[in-house]
Ligand binder design. Structure first.
Ligand code: GDP
Ligand code: MG
Length: 166
């Protein structure tokens, strides 16, 4: 089996960190600065009998000018034709306009969307339940998976869930 997965989320939630972890190779650029990753970067996770091609999708945010419109369109185009979309949010930051803009775009897609709540290494489990409840009221997610991209928590679970949709 093989298939495609897009990772979307506002800047700094940990998309590149996850991508680098699963492909076991430094492909995407990691940075504390917002929007270092400007292009769609693909990484491939392979096992004996399957492969998942990951697309790091920067730039889905409310555009401030027309060039921005084009960049958002380009980012949205990488959502078409994938098997699952991973929408990553940060457990340490409140849901904001940036997250809500992406959620509105994701609601227009037919592709299954997984909500990845990243950076769970930074928060108390009670807080995680609140975050899950909060996002659930906004959209029906196919799966909700709390992870830590830096520590690796639940990344195996994520990969095996993705494989079910290929
Ligand atoms: P992107 O803009 O979404 O691609 O985010 P990056 O992957 O560049 O990560 C932004 C920052 O968040 C970096 O400083 C990462 O080290 C940090 N980060 C990513 N994942 C985690 C995580 O699971 N836990 C913690 N504590 N920090 C993380
Ligand atoms: Mg990035």
């Amino acid at each position: 089996t093989s298939g495609f997965v897009s990772i979307v989320g506002r800047p700094n939630v940990g998309k590149s960190t996850l991508l680098n972890r699963v492909v076991g190779q430094k492909i995407a650029i990691m940075s504390d600065k917002a929007q270092t990753t400007r292009n769609k970067i693909q990484g491939i996770y392979t096992t004996d009998d399957s492969q998942i091609v990951f697309i790091d999708t920067p730039g889905i945010h409310k555009p401030k000018h027309r060039l921005g419109d084009f960049m958002v369109e380009s980012a949205l185009s990488s959502l078409r034709g994938v098997d699952t979309i991973l929408f990553m949010v940060s457990a340490v930051e409140k849901r904001g306009p940036g997250d809500n803009f992406i959620i509105d775009k994701l609601k227009e897609q037919k592709t299954p969307v997984f909500l990845l709540i990243n950076k769970i290494d930074e928060i108390h489990p009670d807080k995680l339940l609140e975050i899950i409840d909060d996002y659930r009221t906004e959209m029906d997610f196919e799966q909700i998976i709390p992870i830590s991209a830096t520590q690796g928590n639940n990344v195996d679970t994520l990969l095996s869930e993705i494989l079910k949709y290929l």
